[in-house]
Design a protein around this ligand. Sequence first.
Ligand code: AKG
Ligand code: FE2
Length: 355
Amino acid sequence: MHIEQKTNKVKKAEKKQRRSLAIIKADCNVSQSDSPTLYLAILNVGLSNGLSEEALLTAAAATGGQVSQVLMLPSKSYCFLMCTTLADAQLVYDGMHNRATIGQKGAVAYLSYVLELPQQREENGWQKPLPGGLVLLPDFVSEAEEAALLEAIAVGTASPTDSLKHRQVKHFGYEFLYGSNNVNPLQPLEQGIPAACNFMWERLELPAFEPPDQLTVNEYEAGQGIPPHVDTHSAFKDPILSLSLQSDVVMDFRRGDQLVHVLLPRRSLLVMSGESRYDWTHGIRPKHIDVVATPSGSLTTQARSKRTSLTFRRLRRGPCDCQYPTLCDTQQTATPQERYASHTLATSCRVPELF
Ligand SMILES: O=C(O)CCC(=O)C(=O)O
Ligand SMILES: [Fe+2]
């Protein structure tokens, strides 16, 4: 009886596998391989039936096999992995084939070795150089300094805490107005940037650095994020600084069809200047688990916890004169008169649905 049941399970798997392999051959021109390869097709589960990249990587990691690339295809009930070595691919195959119930309603994954990955439509955002002008300074503050900063921003805020759709914010120096994506330079808040932050400016060692006069504190619960946006050009100068406290997170930078993932470790400072400040959007996807690259280049998952970020900026007080017109609210203004007026009017950013 037991053997009979097992045979049925194997038969069902083989049937599903054959059907799915015919589909990926037709869809992506990818062929099955009878002997192990680095490439695995994950059949019967995919984006179309609720499988996430994180859930797939978590299941693969549980087999002990290392994965170096994931390819999820929109609206498909299959996806692909590339493993780091053949031994890794075999571990993932043996550990997941006809075992891993990672799809919706416990749908089981069937695996098959394939000769190659399909022609990639989505870029792999991990193997890319950082956008120009983006600098990440790990361990910029110590744990003791992190605790002192959290204490300093928790007390005596002049602006009330705002509860945005997806996160909590507080402002110092000037309030950031989410309706217009701008600040009113004529209305400083009673409370400026806490003096406890000042030790950071010397540590930066940036020539001709003007200390910031505006601070936005974002508090993200695990699973919360911020939509892709560019900080309004006419509102703030270059650079923009973002200090990550309490949790690591992955920030995505995008320009046209380019995508670069940047892991922001807890206690690191991100300096956005030049191209990265003006010509790329930045955002954080609302997820509980991040996919991150390991030093050896393979991919793994990492759970987020509550993160507090401190974004330090300096008001521009005039139109923007950057070299990057695409996302520049000043340069996208229609007439010279409007261009002149843009530094007094609250202008909205060109990236819609910002916050
Ligand atoms: O949380 C962060 O590091 C980024 C916040 C941000 O981009 C902003 O407030 O404009
Ligand atoms: Fe921003």
